[in-house]
Structure formats: structure tokens, C-alpha cells
Design a binder for this molecule. Sequence first.
Ligand SMILES: [Zn+2]
Ligand SMILES: [Zn+2]
Length: 145
Amino acid sequence: MGEASRASGGCLCGAVRYSAVPAKPEMDVCHCRMCRRWSGGVFMSVPCNDLEIENEQALRRYVSSEWAERLFCKDCGTSLFWRFQDDESGHVAIAFQSFDDLAPVSFAEEIFIDEKPALYAFAGERPRKTGAEVIAAFEAQQQEG
Ligand SMILES: [Zn+2]
Ligand SMILES: [Zn+2]
């Protein structure tokens, strides 16, 4: 999964296959309650652009908030994509575990750390942001244009 090259992946049953270009060779973890419920763990994702889905009819869409949607395989339930509903940029957070080659990304950031249950924690040092910090950073970015 090198920078600027396409990376491929798919769901557990193989009905959904995709490729996308990682925006950064990074994996981020979200500990928010919605991501934990949706993924059955934590949502580990790689920020990507230019998503191409081979068989879009195999996906189901769930609108999880006023701004975001989550897409998953209709047949096997694999959690695959998180994105903004009206985003024309093609930016999407793709489930890290769904890539064919998991190797060369670094574990860059943990978000919604304030919603993380106390009974687990990831080792190592990296930025850990609260939900309020993530939302504030997002709003600042929106105002910049
Ligand atoms: Zn599937
Ligand atoms: Zn989340």
C-alpha cells in the first residue's frame, strides 16, 4: 500500500471489491460508540481518495448521523466505508482490515479517546484526541474553506 498507488480490498464474502488511493500511508482508530457498534470492535481506517467499487449493488448504506453515512456488505455485513453524505471530493475512510495488503501503514492517531471503554488500550505513543477536539478541528477546517 504505497503512497499514491491504488490499494485493493473487499468484504468477507467477496461480493464487494474495491480499490482506492490512500491519502496518507496511515491507519487511524476511532473509539466512538457508533464506530464500536458498527464495526464490532474499533473502527480502524485508512483515509483514501478516488474509491472505485466493482459492484455497488452489493453494498447497503446506513445514514448514521446528519452528516455521515456508513456502507457495508449486504450479504456478509462487513463494515467497509465511512464518508460524508454530500462529499463530492471522493474522500472516504476505508476499513483497514478490509485491505488485501495490510502491511505498510503506520498507526497514526486515535480519536474519540474519551469514549474508549477503560478495559482496553492500545500500546505505543501517538496523538489521542477527544471527540470535542476532533469536532473543533473539523469545524475550523470547514471555515477555512
Ligand atoms: Zn460480503
Ligand atoms: Zn467513530
